[in-house]
Design a binder for this molecule. Structure first.
Ligand code: ARG
Length: 474
């Protein structure tokens, strides 16, 4: 037998567990480590204690515990919470998870009364409740960070409402737009992301406590009371579903994946725009890093990392989908594997939102470079075609005329605005001397003066609507 296949030494300790009764030996040392989740689920100790306090109070109201017992339990849980927060709590792998660590500590403090806390409850409904409480809090943090980033984007849009830049399709210069308009496109993506987070929060905000192991419990519990006390909208409907459902976590990871996808699109544009080839923006030095070999380098590491981190968030979504796929009802230990992907998704998303929340408001625009770029690449060609339509030409014919004008420019190495009006008139007799005015960048953006258009006036109005929506959030 190879060394790695040999069973690890058995724990010499007697089973220090909540379920030792029917067992004749302690878990194998390897199994103890393999089975334990305390190293990562201790993260929701506060929610575990909050859920236990609500459960104990409910048991007292139901007459299952005396008021005195419930008070002893809830007081001691409060002290354990303080002990954890002071860093003085000894987490034990032998006690497997956050739930059993806290329950064992409770019994150590108050003796047999502590053993009554788990009446009418299972770790299955307990963990389902804890994750929902924890994720709900984190969704609230993340929504706040998202709102802060949106505010930064909207403020930048207002500042740059009239800054002309080239808009792109296929990354080829297409038509002039304003930088403010581009910023508001980013904001729209994030506005939908915010709505998705709120939907997810609303759907998950039901309390699984009372489902117990899977079938409910024989005690006269009041599920509405625990749900209310924990800030849920009500109890979950079906006990089997309550302990096995993790689709709220998957839904959150899907919403997080979309946010990361959006952040990575923004990151890509920041990287492009800060390159020497574009030179549209300048990122503050404090958000960039240098090169160990090339003294001149200033690298956009922060947006690059945000772009790169989208990969792990997508990975966690797929991990959770795969984790749940084919699981029979009700609870299975597979579900313990939901936590690390979920936690890393939360942490990654928070970091990325924080990074952009600081970076975006500190961006400096290089307006002259953007304007010069918009002057190249015939970006007002559509405006000239629209002018011809106004003079009576069908759009397809107008398109053809302007196409010919562009071909002449390419041949001469000039831009449309450099052509003499006689050149244009030679292409179509309907072109008057006023045609030159439609070729200006400012005229082009100002003419797109409708809801959703890039005219500076519209950008300011849209920014103000966007700002009010963010401010109206609770
Ligand atoms: N640590 C477990 C988890 O994260 C808690 C629930 C354990 N339930 C059980 N029946 N073993 O899922």
């Amino acid at each position: 037998m190879s060394k790695s296949n040999r069973p690890e030494k058995k724990s010499s300790k007697a089973p220090d567990s909540m379920w030792g009764g029917r067992f004749s030996e302690a878990p194998d040392a390897f199994v103890e480590r393999f089975n334990a989740s305390v190293s990562f689920d201790q993260r929701f100790y506060a929610e575990d204690i909050q859920g236990s306090i609500a459960h104990a109070r409910m048991l007292a109201c139901a007459g299952v515990l005396s008021d005195k017992e419930a008070k002893q339990i809830t007081d001691a849980l409060g002290q354990i919470k303080k002990q954890i927060e002071a860093g003085g709590f000894a987490w034990s792998q032998a006690r497997e998870d956050v739930h059993m660590n806290i329950e064992a500590a409770l019994t150590e403090r108050i003796g047999d009364v502590g053993k009554k806390l788990h009446t009418g409850r299972s770790r299955n409904d307990q963990v389902a409740t804890d994750i929902r409480l924890y994720l709900r809090n984190r969704i609230d943090d993340i929504s706040g960070l998202l709102g802060q980033l949106q505010m930064g984007i909207v403020a930048l849009a207002e500042r740059e409402a009239s800054t002309v830049m080239p808009g792109f399709t296929h990354l080829q210069a297409a038509q002039p737009i304003t930088f403010g308009h581009h910023m508001l496109a980013w904001n729209e993506m994030l506005e939908r992301d915010y709505a998705r987070l709120r939907d997810c929060r609303a759907r998950m905000n039901l309390c699984p406590l009372g489902a117990a192991a899977l079938a409910g419990t024989t005690y006269p519990i009041d599920r509405n009371m625990t749900a209310r006390e924990l800030g849920f909208d009500g109890p979950t409907v079906n006990s089997l579903d309550s302990v096995s459902d993790r689709d709220f976590a998957i839904e959150f990871c899907a919403a997080a994946g979309l946010i990361m996808m959006h952040l990575s699109r923004m990151a890509e544009e920041l990287v492009l725009w800060s390159s020497q080839q574009f030179d549209f923006i300048d990122m503050p030095d404090r958000y960039c890093t240098g090169s160990s070999i090339m003294p001149q380098k200033k690298n956009p590491d922060v947006p690059e990392l945000v772009r790169g981190k989208s990969g792990r968030v997508y990975g966690h979504l797929v991990a959770l989908l795969t984790l749940m796929k084919s699981q029979p009802l009700a609870y299975n230990k597979d579900n313990q594997e939901d936590k690390e992907p979920l936690f890393d998704t939360i942490d990654t998303l928070r970091d990325c939102l924080q990074a952009f929340g600081g970076l975006v408001p500190a961006l400096k625009t290089r307006q002259a470079n953007m304007r010069n770029a918009a002057l190249r690449g015939f970006t007002t060609a559509t405006d000239l075609a629209d002018y011809l339509v106004r003079k009576g030409l069908p759009f397809r014919d107008a398109h053809e005329v302007v196409g010919k004008a562009v071909a002449i420019c390419l041949e001469r190495g000039v831009e449309l605005q450099d052509l003499a009006s006689s050149d244009l008139q030679a292409l179509s007799p309907v072109i008057d001397s006023d045609a030159g005015s439609v070729l200006s960048l400012e005229g082009s953006v100002a003419a797109r003066d409708h809801i959703g258009g890039t005219a500076p006036k519209q950008v300011l109005a849209a920014a103000s609507r966007a700002r009010s929506l963010i401010e109206a959030r609770d």
